[in-house]
Design a protein around this ligand. Structure first.
Ligand code: V3L
Length: 86
């Protein structure tokens, strides 16, 4: 089931949800057992490393964020940089 889990990346003081397409790609890759997943986000390539649970910018590996896989109701800042309205 692809809607039981949500992937999150770390922001300054909380977690952002990945947008739907990236979330589906991450979930498919993770459940297939591969060690990483490449994402193209607004023209920038990122690698999500499932061993270390980090997202790394390919062109600058110092740009690293923690990622997590959790339930969809885990508190988040919003989706892919779009702030949650509350
Ligand atoms: N999905 C969407 N945008 C991303 C992602 C992603 N998985 N990864 C990086 N970016 P870096 P606060 C984030 C954006 O890691 O206030 C948030 O989505 C990233 O956006 O250095 O710190 C917010 O829009 C950043 O703008 O390669 O919580 C913004 O940061 C840019 O790519 C501020 O969030 C460079 O990220």
């Amino acid at each position: 089931d692809n809607n039981k889990h949500q992937w999150y990346y770390e922001g300054r003081n909380g977690w952002w949800k990945y947008e739907e397409r990236s979330n589906a790609d991450l979930e498919a890759a993770f459940t297939s057992g591969v060690s990483e997943c490449l994402l193209l986000l607004a023209g920038t390539i990122y690698c999500v490393d499932f061993q270390n649970m980090v997202q790394i910018r390919r062109s600058d590996p110092t740009k690293l964020r923690r990622v997590k896989r959790d339930i969809p109701t885990f508190p988040s800042k919003g989706i892919a940089g779009i702030k949650r309205l509350d």
